[in-house]
Unconditional design. Sequence first.
Length: 367
Amino acid sequence: MNTKNQSENLERRIHSAGEWIILASEHSDIAFDMAKKKRLQRHALYHVQQSMETAAKGLSIGAGVSHDVVRKHSHDYPHLFFFLAQKIIVESDGIQYANELLAPFYTGQGQYDVQAQLGGMLNLTSSPRNKNLNKTQQQEAEKFFDALLQFPPEGVEIMLEKLAELNQKMRQALNKGGPIAEFIREPFVLEPSRSEGSFAQSIFRQLIVQARMRPGSRKLSHAEMDLLERLARQTEANLRAEYTEEQIWEWLDAQGGKLSVNANQVEPGLTRFFDMQSVLAGILILGSLVWPHESYPRYPAPPDAPDSLSKAVQRTGGWRNMGTKHYTEELGVIKHIKPLAAQAKNTTTSLKRCYDSGYLLASLPKD
């Protein structure tokens, strides 16, 4: 494929991802407003479900997943969530970065085995009719769906609290006293040398040396190394806007060979990085909670359907007997629809912010 075709395909993918993301934002806005009115709460639930589904599809398109694959998981989309998690979070080291940066806020225990957990979730969230699953896996997938369908209020409350806690810790990392804020608090004073390679390479090497000398000297985390590399690239780009490589060295000589680099210039990118982690966590948690409610809140139950939620969930003749009358506060997603809708709105707002800034598509691994 020539450069022109590649550029055109990229533009189409960017535009398509943006359309999905706007749609997700619209659904979450509707859900947020509807959740305030008791008689519309089951409709709010449907729009939360739609917002998370379309957000996941926008992320998928942005990551280079084909429309065919996205359509394949249209109503089986928690499988798509965990497919995304495997592709985006694991391949981009997102979880690793977040764990390292947020470690001071946790217990200090070892990292979560993300890869193993995602493998299990990919089976659980598959359609029971998935031919790639064995009989036991199909039964487990069916039980998982049924369990989520009638997830109790206390379970939903715990999941929402965990998501809110994660988002708070993400914000704390950038606030005064947080690991990122402390790391970028003071400027770096560098003395780049031609013997260390290009200007950017010299800056990067010296940033690493000086960062290790800062208070609490230790091995730098992946996220801190990523920050330093961004800082080196940004510093060089700022100078490249005015000078050639040779002119940069001449300019540096005129400054006495020293260069002050302020790490705050990469802070907007770091903010988007944490936004993306919150978006991914929101889609995975909220999307899983609302996944089974794509159709049942919209249609009346059969005339002979039992009033009992637990009995209505049971299949009769291959069909569940759930319908609109079962969407009471006995269901966790109805009991907590207001915070559920609020979290969905926060998630899609952050996603749109990442897209509008250009950070989203720059950060996703591509097929």
